[in-house]
Design a binder for this molecule. Sequence first.
Ligand SMILES: *[C@@H]1O[C@H](CO)[C@@H](O)[C@H](O)[C@H]1NC(C)=O
Ligand SMILES: *[C@@H]1O[C@H](CO)[C@@H](O)[C@H](O)[C@H]1NC(C)=O
Length: 338
Amino acid sequence: MASLLIFTSIIFISFGSNRSNMFGCGTNKNYYHKAWNGNSWVPSKTTWDNMGGNFNWAPTAVTWPGSGNMVMMGVGSDGQMWSRNGASGGSWDSWNNMGGSFASAPASTSWGSSSMAVSGVGTDGAMWTSTNTGSGWSSWESLGGTFMAAPPSMVTWGSNQRSVMGIGTDRGVWMKTWSGSSWGNWQGLGGTFISVVIVISRGSGFMNVFGIGSDQQMWMRAYSGGTWGSWQSLGGTFSSAPGAVSWGSDRMDCYGKGTDGNTWHKMWTSSGGWGSWENMGNACEGAPAAGSWGSNQMSVGCTGTDGSMMMKSWNGTGWTPSGSTWDNMGGSFVDDGA
Ligand SMILES: *[C@@H]1O[C@H](CO)[C@@H](O)[C@H](O)[C@H]1NC(C)=O
Ligand SMILES: *[C@@H]1O[C@H](CO)[C@@H](O)[C@H](O)[C@H]1NC(C)=O
């Protein structure tokens, strides 16, 4: 596989305040899911719904505000894309074979009330994408490029703008943007990375991309007002891919597993800029993944040293269970998305 640090096998998505869904790739190659319904974890805090399938790598999933409908997707051990539609009430359709020939886990993004796109690096090294605007998946389209066999990252950052980013064989970040009617050209954002990158949007017209550079520091580049700033080192010394999340235009958070074994957190506020690194304790084997389900609501999870999922959550005033300890959410997960 790619000689890049990869995301954890666990992801979070949310369709609204107080509602959270977690997915992960089990050591038995099945995908697993659990949901926070506003009051409790379903099926329970330490058990998971077995979604079946035969997967080597991390899932990706999308949901939409309001409806709570979900789609989880992944590249099977046959190299093909598989998707499964779910409803907020917990019922799932059967697995749908989307075909294709992929070399790594996919990325996805959603917009509007029912639209979504998924991308992955093909076995030919090019980026491939398919879009579903409510009436079924389009046929696979090659976006070209020459990428490492590692998961890309996708983001919707405007009413009809979305971008896909991946690490090229030159270890720089390459981006392509859908501008409303067509895909633009590949744009080199530069850098030299030892990890995959994650791109997030804190609001319309904003993108922030995070990755671990060849110096093992966290690097970030921001798009705002129609232009890219320069790469900025956020410091630290990391041995995992980054996690990053935003719950609104005035806040971003990023995470990484340090070479000291601890998971570290840094926040950005519009008034204070980037803060200092906060030690979140030593419980993660894999990279941290972050998700938010509303203003001041954030969780970070990882595959723990025993393979179960470890998680902690921020409620606006404090971490539960605490800044240095983690809740054991059960399961047996692969420790990276590779
Ligand atoms: C989430 O739901 C629980 C249970 O209904 C409630 O106690 C809590 O205040 C809610 N939190 C938010 C942020 O809405
Ligand atoms: C937020 O979490 C902290 C730390 O666990 C806890 O003391 C506090 O009561 C929580 N606040 C709310 C509103 O749930």
